[in-house]
Design a protein around this ligand. Structure first.
Ligand SMILES: Cc1ncc(COP(=O)(O)O)c(C=O)c1O
Length: 402
């Protein structure tokens, strides 16, 4: 989206503001479906956690996507957006058996990642087929917080515990209809990913009643110039060949599934914040914006890089700034960045702000969460109003203290 349009949106809806371009979402969705078009049955389940506004979910529905969810609330959002329960997979970690059972009654595909829960669920509901999340013990993922398939991870059932899974299945008479993995986000090389898929094929062979194999996600997108990204086309070529061979061996056309979040929405999002202050210290020039890690936590949480541009002065000479937020703790969006000259009142754009940005926003410091705007087929829509003070007080009991 060009600077002029972004500036107009900031002028119309105020700041801070999240802006999403559904054209980018559709292009990414089509890239991945094209890459796997030679697989007879394939399905993309968008990972709701990345960006969960109901209108974004409706866009995914229009594209033909299913949903990957991790909480009953995400499932309910998907249903409210009009998804068929059969197009939703639920992959919880560390949630109660009661929640899993509630989701199962909604008709959603259950994915279990814990042997104890598998046994309890199988004993009570042997008629409900479940998918199993396997931990392939492969270290993929861009940093330790988002690598989830390694040996010390809390996710999945170890590939070494397959004999125990089989015992539970036999004892309970339950049916395993899918095998799943998710090794982590920001996968840096597809060879590691392909190694994990081989492990998944080995596990899958041991379950005779499968309908699908879900390879999770973790596809990396570029955050800055020269950044590597997952070569989805190459992965498509190599995995399609292996998957089709596997289906032959298995004797059934299984469905190949993925559940990307970041790949589908990261680049579709821009976050706009206004510069409140320019402050020169002995060592740095700070540009302080009307936002902070309460609205975009990734730089402080994961050391993530978000490219920052000055959309109000895109042709100004470049100078060095540290862009910081207004939270009363270290709150740095980017250090020592070369940005077109900034004056107070300018609007800065934080790129790649579609995934894990608004969805991780909070009211820390009792600030309002940002508004969200979606640009769809040439029209702009306010898809989340800016909060007001009533929202801050909404669930607080304002009692009289004696
Ligand atoms: C089970 C599961 N599937 C899919 C995803 C989406 O990952 P990404 O946004 O890297 O595509 C995640 C992310 O944490 C996940 O936990």
């Amino acid at each position: 989206m060009n600077n002029k349009k972004l500036q107009q949106l900031a002028d119309t809806y105020g700041s801070p503001l999240y802006v999403y371009d559904t054209e980018v979402i559709a292009a990414q969705y089509n890239r991945i479906t094209t890459a796997f078009s030679k697989v007879k049955h394939s399905k993309i389940n968008y990972a709701v956690k990345a960006l969960s506004n109901i209108n974004i979910l409706k866009v995914f529905k229009q594209l033909g996507s299913g949903l990957d969810t991790v909480s009953i609330q995400e499932v309910q959002l998907g249903l409210a957006a009009g998804f068929d329960p059969k197009d939703i997979i639920y992959t919880p970690n560390g949630v109660s058996l009661e929640e899993i059972e509630k989701v199962a009654t909604l008709g959603v595909q259950i994915n279990i990642d814990n042997l104890s829960i598998l046994e309890l669920f199988g004993q009570k509901h042997p008629e409900i087929p479940v998918c199993i999340r396997i931990n392939p013990h492969v270290m993929a993922g861009g940093n330790s917080k988002i690598s989830v398939g390694h040996i010390d991870s809390k996710f999945g059932i170890s590939m070494y515990q397959v004999p125990l899974i089989k015992r539970v299945v036999e004892n309970t008479n339950m049916r395993i209809n899918g095998i799943h993995m998710h090794t982590g986000s920001d996968i840096l090389d597809i060879d590691t990913f392909l190694r994990a898929t081989e492990i998944l094929f080995d596990v899958s062979k041991q379950f005779k009643d499968l309908d699908f194999i879900d390879f999770g996600s973790g596809f990396k997108v570029p955050y800055k110039e020269g950044d590597i990204s997952t070569d989805i086309e190459q992965l498509g070529k190599q995995l399609t060949k292996r998957f089709n061979e596997f289906c032959k061996e298995y004797g059934k056309e299984l469905t190949l599934m993925f559940e990307p979040g970041k790949f589908l929405v990261s680049e579709a999002g821009n976050f706009l914040a206004k510069v409140n202050v320019i402050k020169q210290t002995t060592s740095t020039v700070f540009a302080g914006v009307d936002s902070g890690f309460n609205h975009l936590v990734r730089p402080m949480m994961y050391d993530s890089y978000h490219h920052i541009t000055n959309i109000s002065n895109p042709k100004g000479r470049e100078r060095y700034y540290s862009v910081v937020g207004y939270i009363c703790e270290t709150d740095t969006f980017g250090s020592n960045r070369r940005i077109n000259e900034i004056t107070e009142g300018d609007v800065l754009c934080f790129h790649n702000a579609g995934a894990y940005c608004f969805s991780m926003a909070s009211n820390y410091n009792s600030r309002f969460k940002p508004a969200e705007v979606m640009v769809h087929k040439g029209k702009e829509y306010l898809i989340r109003k800016r909060e007001t003070f009533e929202d801050i007080l909404r669930n607080q009991e304002n009692i009289t203290i004696s």
